[in-house]
Design a protein. Structure first.
Length: 737
């Protein structure tokens, strides 16, 4: 028996669990509160895509054959081939049967329907892939064909990473959701609830916690809650997570509480602890007390048959250092499936491979972007962890999960903390891979990017948004296009993949600015300093500065009565521009740029209607890269040596009858051998100094401390530090941070 059951309802990711329940379970461990967690989504997917269930699906759908589209008729005709191969394909995608890659890549093994039509178009993108990745891609197309069949013939709401998302998106009223919840169970509902029932009967929890990160989880969350209310009425039910935190802050509809007892907002640790105390006390008092007798933290509940929001505790939220390490136990980590959905290198990180999720800092250290929900706690309350604690948690998770890949899920990881985390990783000689979200700010110098790469950083994603300096100021992004170009160059040169979030349709954006933004993006890809990107159309949210003060941004919001969800706000831009029509052209151009082609196409070729010529010069980004700011080295800059110990060899140098002692230092790095020669006394000083500032030694050496030490024996440290031999070291692991 466990006091709590935590679930993530269908569906999120296929390759790794959404981390919310692992975060909460890690906190509950610090309080010795017994909890069990499950990712209901992956369990439903694995049952759905199994030989036995697929057999049943084809049988179930056969009575509706006359309504099949042509693609579904083909899949139905090939049902025996799908039933025969499905378990093998799933096993391969779980990494359990890698030898099947050759078979999958061969012709006439996988049945093919309409998803495979794109192979000819994408052969140039995937022709150079390794056998394993190509097999993953083909297996993904195979699953997507089956998904199309399920949507057409079994359940129109199905999606691999979402379910009935339409019901949760911008649902200002609960009416439509309520209607669906009072209809018959869908095929997928039945699978979901059967799995949930078995788990509840085994565990007998007192509190059922449902994490709802996205609109695509909301319907299933309510279905699960409805089922538990009906069949296990003594269990209390609470919903929390990203969707309630952003969308349910103005909740008024009491019908919601026919399904759940509580909805908590923002950080869940203290609200959940207080709910547990409430349930324990109610047990002891045999239900004599009411909700009004208890302390709550940011909790909606029903009181006197009215929706009530209570935040009456004086206890502060727990510090990030107090919430414990995320705990992935109970989750079947070896059963997740890695897929390759599209030819976008950053998106492949999302869907391929298992990642331990961690957060460097709560909230955003910048917290000014006008399109972002900066009024909400998850953004505005900034609290970083220490590097040592973060790396402690990394080591705990490696030991627990056997995986050394990490995705830091920060809104924007702080550069100074990234530096300290990288140094701590290197000091402990950990071998890890990690990636995160950043702001493209000038702190990411060439040296810092090299340090991050050395520590295992493989990719960063950041918001270029609208590549227009006027709009970047309006957004309060705090960067310029020139700065973004320099930072993406620094990461790329260090070997770190860079993904840019791109935006169009921001309030007051002109057609000219959209075209110019595309030209900037074209140049970034053509120069090879951006490897991945994704366009999305601006969406106004209720808790962003644009949503809160629309008149300041030239937009007119559509006012709806809010009784349920409130986040995305429909609006009219006073410019009257229809930004929707640019979507296809922008995305088509980007797709080709990501594959290194069509840079010479006129921008007009991507659109089926007339657009203005760009006003950006064809060498604009190139010229930005020539304008490298000439920063003097700060006295407090940390000096770190990433390399190893050189072999030293003394020799004598003579000139015009005068001779003096020299020393040659030969360095070996992972790729090449290089050497420098120095006056012997300075070489000896350098040898001692390199050992002292080696990254493993956790040196506190700064530029000024090295200067003072050097000038106790010699003159003019600046001249020495900028000499040719030291510049060679600067190119090979001597970093100024």
């Amino acid at each position: 028996m466990k006091e709590l059951l935590l679930i993530t309802p269908p569906f999120t990711q296929l390759n790794t669990p959404y981390p919310a329940t692992a975060y909460i379970k890690g906190f509950l461990n610090t309080k010795n509160i017994g909890a069990f967690q499950m990712d209901l989504g992956i369990e439903v997917i694995l049952e759905l895509f199994s030989k036995s269930c697929l057999t049943d699906i084809f049988q179930f759908s056969s009575t509706n054959f006359q309504n099949f589209n042509e693609n579904s008729k083909r899949i139905f005709a090939l049902q025996n081939d799908y039933i025969k191969t499905i378990d093998t394909v799933i096993s391969f995608l779980q990494g359990k049967n890698p030898s099947m890659a050759r078979q999958i890549c061969s012709e006439n093994f996988l049945p093919e329907a309409s998803r495979f039509d794109q192979i000819d178009d994408l052969e140039y993108a995937f022709g150079t892939m390794g056998m394993q990745d190509k097999a993953k891609y083909l297996a993904t197309l195979y699953l997507e064909d089956l998904s199309d069949f399920i949507v057409n013939c079994v359940d129109e709401n199905f999606g691999f990473s979402r379910y009935a998302e339409r019901l949760g998106r911008s649902a200002n009223s609960f009416d439509e959701m309520y209607t669906h919840l009072n209809q018959d169970l869908t095929y997928i509902d039945k699978i979901t609830l059967r799995i949930l029932k078995q788990k509840i009967q085994t565990l007998s929890p007192k509190l059922f916690l449902i994490s709802v990160p996205f609109p695509g989880n909301l319907y299933s969350a309510f279905r699960c809650a409805q089922f538990v209310k009906l069949h296990f009425p003594t269990i209390k039910i609470s919903i929390g997570g990203g969707f309630p935190n952003t969308e349910l802050r103005d909740l008024k509809d009491k019908r919601v509480f026919e399904f759940v007892d509580f909805i908590t907002l923002d950080d869940g640790e203290l609200p959940i602890e207080l709910l547990i105390n409430h349930i324990r006390h109610a047990e002891r008092s045999q239900g004599a007390s009411t909700n009004s007798d208890f302390e709550f933290k940011r909790t909606f509940h029903l009181h006197n048959n009215e929706v009530t929001y209570t935040n009456n505790t004086t206890k502060p939220d727990y510090k990030q250092s107090q919430v414990g390490t995320p705990d992935y136990s109970d989750l079947h980590l070896d059963r997740y499936i890695s897929v390759i959905e599209i030819a976008n290198p950053m998106h492949s990180l999302w869907s391929d491979g298992r990642w331990n999720k961690l957060t460097m800092a709560h909230g955003c250290y910048w917290g000014k972007c006008t399109f972002c929900d900066i009024s909400l706690d998850y953004i505005k309350l900034y609290e970083p962890l220490t590097a040592k604690l973060l790396v402690d948690r990394m080591q705990e998770l490696i030991a627990q999960t056997g995986e050394n890949g990490f995705h830091f899920v920060d809104e924007a990881a702080p550069p100074a903390l990234m530096r300290e985390v990288a140094l701590e990783i290197l000091k402990r000689k950990l071998v890890v891979s990690w990636w995160t979200n950043i702001r493209f700010e000038k702190s990411f110098t060439s040296d810092l990017c090299l340090l991050l790469k050395e520590s295992g950083c493989i990719a960063v994603s950041g918001g270029l948004e609208v590549a227009s300096d006027r709009l970047l100021v309006l957004i309060k992004k705090g960067v310029t296009v020139e700065q973004v170009a320099q930072v993406t160059r620094n990461f790329t040169n260090a070997g770190v993949m860079v993904h840019a979030y791109l935006m169009y349709g921001y309030p007051t954006q002109t057609v000219q600015e959209t075209v110019d933004s595309l030209e900037m993006v074209r140049q970034l890809f053509e120069l090879g300093i951006l490897q991945s990107g994704f366009w999305h159309q601006f969406a106004m949210t209720a808790h962003s500065p644009v949503g809160m003060f629309p008149q300041e941004f030239g937009v007119i919001p559509q006012q709806n009565e809010i009784t349920f969800a409130n986040n995305d706000v429909n609006f009219t831009d006073k410019t009257g521009i229809n930004h929707d029509k640019y979507s296809f052209g922008l995305k088509k151009a980007l797709f080709n740029f990501m594959h290194g082609i069509c840079f010479d196409y006129p921008l007009q070729d991507w659109f089926e209607f007339k657009i203005p010529n760009t006003k950006i010069s064809s060498d604009y980004i190139f010229s930005c890269l020539q304008n490298e700011p000439n920063f003097n080295i700060k006295p407090t800059a940390k000096i770190v040596w990433l390399g190893g110990k050189p072999i030293s060899e003394a020799f004598k140098k003579s000139k015009k009858g005068t001779s003096w002692q020299m020393m040659k230092l030969t360095f070996q790095d992972k790729r090449e051998t290089f050497e420098i020669s120095l006056d012997e006394a300075k070489a000896i000083w350098l040898l001692t100094t390199l050992d002292k500032i080696a990254v493993q030694n956790d040196s506190k050496s700064t530029f000024v401390s090295l200067k003072n030490d050097f000038e106790m024996q010699f003159e003019d440290f600046e001249l020495f530090f900028h000499s040719k031999p030291i510049n060679t070291l600067r190119q090979n692991g001597l970093l100024v941070l």
